[in-house]
Design a protein around this ligand. Structure first.
Ligand code: ADP
Length: 447
């Protein structure tokens, strides 16, 4: 097992990884930008190294600085967290070339899944259902028009290298297609340095249901149930729950089995998540994320399995510590992403946290590096805390979550707490009858 792990990330996820390491008796190295010198994960880590100025490009994305920090401190593995370099196959290769273990899948699997067109083609070849769409990237308007005519409107244009909901545009008819294509291409170029786009049928009332998967080096592949991430704004998740309130048991078992078989066929190692749209009882594969996800904690609460610990074990060459039969889904969990944003305008709200009071009591978990007096930097994404609540069933979980949201205090900056309180009072949320467009429609109906 590793003696020392360098955590190449920041914020709540860096803290989450630090906690898994210390639970396993592994010491930690935090790397941080000058803007994060006072961050909680830096304070708690056994060692810390400043790797650059606030800009992510010069710090958390700076491969030579991170590798030097690993060499200086003698770390034997690097955990990339989520975002930043976590899906960068080149980084995984360079880490390995330095004799350090990258905690994640092989660079080859990261490459296949990192290109969404290749990913769809690969899993379709292994019998997973995919959203109808272009066979590959589309080059120009004529080709786009032909594809759209064949699959039927509305269509969605998506960036091949996409992420974070960027580079996605809907066209409801042929006369909207040209403009949507141009917009998607220029957004893709600006965000990912790659203007290649593909086309999919735009589903109008789907749910986003994703399957947590794990593979190891011994041919084992398991699924750990699903998370329903349909509460979204601008294609970004805000609240996630598991199990999905609408998924019948036979559909759950069937998609889990199919996804795990795909992982086994690929020889995939480590944690991964397959994201699907689910509409009228049918699943459609969208993409596979080859890393831990922010909402992994929902799965941890309903399975009792520490996913970060499992990632570390598998990377160290050990077998998965559980089999498919050991995975038991128990009760219900919901996660609220608390962002430092205005809950009406969604404008980022960095600044000093005057006071911070976290809720507690039965079934309540907080993953956050916040503390009173902490300055939230303006340079990074605005996630400042995750509130994860577990209950014996969905009704108990919602009651506990409502109570926890009442207790939660963050003063000094705006947060999305009021929005979460509101969602929990909405009849459609309480009955579970919502789809991926529901929250946007609710917000659009505000005066
Ligand atoms: P990203 O990697 O940018 O997050 P995804 O492919 O995961 O992109 O899609 C993000 C979200 O966009 C999905 O959760 C869903 O809400 C919406 N979406 C993606 N594809 C479609 C589609 N074909 N029809 C309707 N909505 C879609």
């Amino acid at each position: 097992m590793f003696q020392k792990i360098l955590i190449a990330n920041r914020g709540e996820i860096a803290l989450r990884i630090h906690r898994a390491c210390h639970d396993m008796g592994i010491s930690t190295v935090a790397v941080h930008s000058t803007a994060d010198a006072d961050a909680m994960h830096v304070r708690l880590a056994d060692e810390s190294v400043c790797i650059g100025p606030p800009s992510s490009r010069d710090s958390y994305l700076n491969m030579p600085a991170i590798l030097s920090a690993a060499e200086i401190t003698g770390a034997d593995a690097i955990h990339p967290g989520v975002g930043f370099l976590s899906e960068n196959a080149r980084f995984a290769e360079v880490v390995a070339e330095h004799g350090i273990t990258f905690i994640g899948p092989s660079p080859e699997h990261m490459r296949i899944m990192g290109d969404k067109v290749t990913a769809k083609q690969t899993v379709a070849g292994l019998n997973l259902p995919v959203v109808r769409g272009s066979d590959g990237a589309v080059s120009g308007e004529d080709e786009a028009l032909a594809v759209a005519k064949e699959i039927g409107y509305p269509v969605l244009i998506k960036a091949s290298s996409g992420g974070g909901g960027k580079g996605m545009k809907v066209a409801h008819s042929a006369d909207q297609l040209g403009e949507a294509l141009q917009l998607a291409q220029s957004e893709a170029r600006a965000n990912f340095g790659d203007d290649s786009v593909y086309i999919e049928r735009y589903l109008e009332k789907p749910r986003h249901i994703e399957i947590q998967l794990f593979g190891d080096n011994f041919g084992n592949a398991v699924h750990l149930g699903e998370r329903d991430c349909s509460i979204q704004r601008r294609h970004q998740k805000l609240l996630e729950e598991g199990p999905s309130p609408v998924l019948p048991q036979d559909h759950r078992a069937a998609i889990g089995k199919l996804a795990a078989e795909t992982v086994r066929a690929l020889g995939y190692r480590g944690a991964g998540t397959m994201e699907f749209l689910y509409e009228n009882g049918e699943f459609f594969f969208m993409e596979m994320n080859t890393r831990l996800q922010v909402e992994h904690s929902v799965t941890e609460e309903i399975t009792g399995i520490d996913l970060v610990r499992e990632q570390i074990r598998v990377a160290a060459g050990e077998k998965l510590s559980f089999t498919q039969d050991d995975v038991r889904i128990s009760g219900h969990a919901i996660e609220c992403r608390i962002n430092a944003e205005n809950s009406v305008t969604f404008m980022p709200s960095p600044g000093i946290v005057k006071s911070f009071h976290a809720p507690g009591g039965p079934g309540v978990r907080i993953d956050s590096g916040l503390y009173g007096g902490y300055r939230i930097p303006s340079n990074y994404d605005s996630l400042i805390a995750k509130l994860i609540v577990h209950g014996a069933d969905r009704t108990e979980c919602i009651a506990r979550l409502r109570r926890a949201l009442e207790e939660f205090v963050v003063d000094g900056v705006d947060t999305t707490l009021p929005l979460h309180r509101r969602i929990l009072d909405e009849p459609a949320f309480i009955t579970g009858e919502y789809d991926i467009h529901w929250l946007e429609q609710l917000l659009a109906s505000d005066p």
